[in-house]
Design a protein around this ligand. Structure first.
Ligand code: ADP
Ligand code: ADP
Ligand code: ZN
Length: 226
């Protein structure tokens, strides 16, 4: 299974990617997580990416595309993968297409999470993530059992610096300008499944399941065509 999760910041991509990845034991590739890790470790990639992430802009395409290309080459991606937050620009989508062609692979579905700005802002302002395993929580909508501690690894839960109000506005604007055109792009391929992103996490997972199982049954032409 090869999936792309598309949608604005805060739509629930990471949350659903985690659930899918746990359930199907499929590798989850979250470019945001990989970039944040690189920033934390001050690697060459991290040093270049930091200023973009801090201001809510996209990290340059060439850096992100290389990162994904490398990651897709690792063993863990052989069975399939879930791309969470990539591609995010037309150039990234076109680069991905070339990479997939070289690998002889096709994407099964692009899940597009639709949700209004008010809800996005509520979600982003209450988001907390585990310092250790990167699991994502929400202080109100998806709280951990123990305050400030990860259910999975007991790591500390922290707030991302780019979830501040000013940066959130910039990220939503970047999403509209650079990422939204991908909906039309994948729509012409017949790959898009629109998912209403409003509702409980479990409900969204059910909607995702429905679309993913349809990908097996209803769209054979997409899977076999080239
Ligand atoms: P969110 O979950 O809120 O959508 P992410 O964790 O996916 O945010 O991304 C955080 C930041 O990392 C983005 O604002 C951007 O600066 C950078 N980033 C993540 N993925 C990409 C990508 N595919 N292309 C460029 N920049 C990216
Ligand atoms: P994205 O990866 O698209 O930026 P996340 O999965 O990180 O989004 O979710 C953003 C925030 O909203 C997190 O705090 C998460 O716990 C919370 N969240 C995710 N899905 C839902 C949902 N269906 N209802 C309420 N809150 C949610
Ligand atoms: Zn954890």
């Amino acid at each position: 299974m090869r999936l792309i999760l598309l949608g604005p910041p805060g739509a629930g991509k990471g949350t659903q990617a985690q659930i899918l990845s746990d359930r199907y034991e499929t590798d989850k590739i979250s470019t945001g997580d990989i970039l944040r890790d690189a920033v934390g470790k001050k690697t060459p990639l991290g040093l270049k990416a930091k200023e973009y992430m801090d201001s809510g802009r996209l990290v340059p395409d060439d850096l992100v595309v290389e990162l994904v290309r490398e990651r897709l080459g690792t063993d863990s991606c052989r069975k399939g993968y879930i791309l969470d937050g990539f591609p995010r620009s037309m150039l990234q989508a076109e680069s991905l297409e070339k990479i997939l062609k070289q690998r002889g692979e096709l994407i099964d579905r692009v899940l597009f999470f639709e949700i209004g700005d008010d809800e996005l802002i509520r979600r982003l302002s209450g988001r907390r993530s585990c310092e250790g395993c990167k699991r994502v929580y929400h202080i109100e909508f998806n709280p951990p059992v123990k305050d400030g501690k990860c259910d999975s690894c007991n790591g500390n839960l922290i707030q991302r610096s780019d979830d501040r109000k000013e940066t959130v506005k910039a990220r939503l604007k970047v999403y509209r300008e650079e990422t939204e055109p991908l909906i039309a792009y994948y729509n012409t391929n017949g790959l898009i499944s629109r998912i209403d992103g409003l509702g409980k996490i479990e409900e969204i997972t059910k909607r995702v399941d429905r679309e993913v199982s349809r990908a097996d049954d209803d769209y054979p032409e997409v899977r076999s065509g080239d």
